[in-house]
Design a protein around this ligand. Structure first.
Ligand code: IDP
Ligand code: MG
Length: 138
């Protein structure tokens, strides 16, 4: 699979960093295949992050992800999932490498600017979550 899902999180949309982040992603070699501006409902955010249901940060994460608009997008490129994770950097901005999106714009481990799918299987599920029918019916 050469697609992944990214989501610019509410802190970065509100801070006006969306354009700079899109530029950085495009300069890194990704092409933009789909994009939206979305206000997640509580149920949406709970479903999207259901895998983290038992984690101590879950309710706080859901609160954060529903606190403002987010920008989900489909990015295409060779080895997209793995490469995107490299470009965004470590979950904790303090641990992320220089030049990564989270290092540049992340405010904390929770408010870390951007989501990236963690596997081809999850990328497909997450893309369908925000862009139903993206892969067609075949
Ligand atoms: P990832 O986004 O790098 O894949 P995950 O472990 O899947 O990281 O966690 C999902 C999201 O939950 C993170 O992007 C971050 O916003 C939040 N999160 C993860 N770990 C913590 C934590 O220890 N404290 C607060 N928020 C966290
Ligand atoms: Mg994850």
């Amino acid at each position: 699979m050469d697609h992944t899902l990214g989501i610019i999180k509410p802190n970065s949309v509100a801070s006006g960093h969306t354009g700079k982040i899109l530029s950085l992603l495009e300069e890194s070699g990704f092409s933009l295949e789909a994009i939206r501006l979305v206000q997640l409902s509580r149920a949406d955010a709970e479903n999207f992050y259901a895998v983290h249901r038992e984690r101590p940060f879950y309710q706080s994460l859901v609160n954060f992800m529903t606190s403002g608009s987010v920008v989900p997008m489909v990015l295409q490129g060779e080895n997209a999932v793995q490469k995107f994770r490299q470009v965004i950097g470590d979950t904790d901005p303090n641990q992320a490498e220089e030049g990564t999106v989270r290092k540049l714009y992340g405010e904390s481990k929770e408010r870390n600017t951007i989501h990236g799918s963690d596997s081809d299987e999850n990328a497909r599920i997450e893309i369908e979550f925000f862009f139903p029918g993206f892969f067609g019916s075949t």
